[in-house]
Design a protein around this ligand. Structure first.
Ligand code: HEC
Ligand code: HEC
Length: 476
């Protein structure tokens, strides 16, 4: 079972708090011991992002909460969902009602006692690779290029006619309905495979009163038109990062930052505070995830040579791997990196969103999260990088070989979206180069936000050095 037309495509981010009693006291903040850095002075055109105190948590509890927790408690009735999905392959080995649902949903009890199927974070943060589901690998196949509004309406009609407009089932579904309705047409991407989550955050924030996070039927500030695409980052990278998100805008308390999506169907700030007590555990789980290991044999001699090349040309930004792990947490200026500027630059045009978020429950209180616009992109850790194609923050480059040789990058390219169609030579997705875009299955790098320029650091390498370097990257 892969994609779920009626539900899956329109279920975006729904995080309603359950009325669970908060159990433990908040652990005191700790600063995760920072990895050493190679150079004490950051290279020209880069800025070092310092570590900030973070709450600690229990990774096992976090995993459990993530895949079974009722932090989302609105959605279609469970009975309807299980009938619709049919037999489940129970990919997460869950028990009870959860065993009957696809991995993107948790079986939970809504506030009024109705059992519902509510989407979880894996809607965007799990993906198949060679036919196997990898938890924490960003989804790079889902299609947000179509307006899902019609599908939500179909689902609403089905629930109303089957259960009745004022039935407990319809009431339990309502927060989900009102939220999917406002986001569906505001989050349409130009091509398949990229994610509109940044825009989603803006739309949802605009429908919240900053004071208590209560829902506002009308947006409280004008919502910008642009839908800036991003490729969903792998969760195992969070353990090294001092700032979250590609542009490094996620500062302060990371556990609070990563539950921000709850604004979709949250009742109010009180519910947010309850959800927040679980997120240090979720963050601990994300940090405990190890990247998948490259499944083919690598050439040991080339790997050794590649490591030397990496340490000369790449380590100053991406850190070192193996026996001596270092990571510098650098924000690289747009003039230096020269990749598509729209994602980073657009944050400066989102003043009302940033202010509203920073002044709301999220940005205030004991362990505040803050959004800070920046003028660049974080040089990410490269652990498991072989598995995270397509590359760059917008997924504009299909393979590592293309990334490290900018002349070779295709302007228009199409792939099968089959997780077995992996190219072990170039490392990434097999693709066909096309002469034009205009079809959502074809990645069009000429569109604003979808550009494939920049990151020219591999261009100067010889073909053989580049091959050695790629051989080494397979082992990270
Ligand atoms: C609609 C898809 C979607 C859903 C659902 C979603 N995310 Fe994300 N997430 C993204 C995208 C896209 C980004 C990258 C945004 C950026 O960096 O600009 C991201 C970034 C992140 C990051 C930062 C990673 C990094 O390296 O900086 C973390 C951590 C994260 N999400 C955790 C979560 C958690 C936990 C949930 C569930 C509570 C969740 N996400 C739900 C799409 C989603
Ligand atoms: C000046 C700093 C800098 C140097 C030097 C550098 N990179 Fe990067 N690299 C970055 C930044 C910043 C990004 C993110 C750019 C973006 O997404 O727009 C990045 C992205 C990447 C990615 C894509 C990661 C992903 O999952 O999308 C890979 C792979 C990579 N670099 C490999 C290398 C290699 C190999 C070298 C050496 C030849 C190198 N880089 C040199 C800063 C640097």
């Amino acid at each position: 079972m892969r994609r779920f037309l009626l539900l899956g495509a329109s279920l975006i981010l729904i995080f309603i708090a359950c009325n669970k009693e908060s159990t433990t006291e908040t652990p005191s903040p700790v600063t995760t011991p920072e990895l050493p850095i190679l150079d004490t002075i950051p290279p020209t055109g880069t800025t070092r992002i310092p570590a900030t105190p973070q709450r600690s948590g229990d990774a096992n509890k976090g995993r459990e909460y993530l895949i079974t927790g009722d932090y989302v408690n609105s959605g279609p009735p469970l009975a309807l969902a299980t009938t619709f999905f049919g037999e489940s392959d129970n990919l997460l080995d869950r028990e009870g009602d959860n065993a009957d649902l696809p991995y993107q949903f948790n079986a939970v009890t809504a506030s009024n006692g109705v059992s519902v199927a509510a989407p979880n974070c894996l809607t965007c943060h799990a993906e198949f690779l060679n036919g196997q589901l990898i938890l924490g690998l960003g989804d790079n196949t889902v299609d947000y290029s179509q307006d899902q509004g019609g599908q939500t309406q179909l689902l609403t009609t089905a629930i109303n006619s089957f259960y009745g407009t004022n039935s407990p089932e319809a009431v339990a579904y309502e927060p989900f309905r009102r939220a999917t309705e406002v986001i569906s047409e505001a989050t349409i991407t130009a091509v398949r495979g990229v994610n509109p989550a940044g825009k989603l955050a803006v739309v949802l924030d605009a429908h919240r009163n900053a004071s208590d996070l209560s829902w506002s039927e009308d947006p409280l500030y004008p919502i910008p038109q642009d839908v800036v695409p991003s490729d969903v980052p792998a969760w195992w990278l969070t353990k090294k990062k001092n700032a979250l998100y590609y542009a490094g805008i996620g500062r302060g308390d990371h556990a609070k930052t990563i539950m921000a999506a709850s604004v979709l169907t949250l009742q109010d700030a009180e519910q947010a505070a309850e959800i927040d007590t679980h997120f240090p555990d979720v963050l601990a789980f994300l940090k405990s995830i190890e990247p998948p290991i490259y499944p083919e044999i690598t050439d040991a001699i080339r790997v050794t040579k590649g490591k030397d090349i990496f340490n000369i040309h790449c380590a100053k930004c991406h850190g070192t791997y193996g026996a001596i792990e270092t990571y510098p947490n650098l924000l690289v200026d747009l003039e230096n990196i020269q990749t598509d500027p729209l994602l980073a630059a657009s944050n400066y045009g989102l003043g009302q969103f940033i202010d509203s978020y920073n002044n709301s429950w999220f940005g205030q209180g004991e362990h505040a999260a803050q959004l800070v616009p920046t003028n660049g992109y974080v040089a990410p850790p490269l652990d498991g990088v072989w598995a995270t194609a397509p590359y760059l923050h917008n997924g504009a480059v299909p393979t590592l070989e293309d990334l490290l040789n900018s002349e070779q990058r295709p302007t228009y390219w199409e792939r099968s979206f089959d997780s077995n169609d992996f190219d072990y030579q170039k490392v990434g997705w097999h693709y066909q180069e096309r002469t034009t875009g205009g079809d959502s299955n074809i990645y069009d790098t000429t569109l604003p936000g979808y550009g494939n320029t920049g990151h020219f650091y591999g261009d100067k390498l010889s073909v053989s050095d580049r091959g050695d370097l790629i051989e080494y990257l397979k082992t990270l």
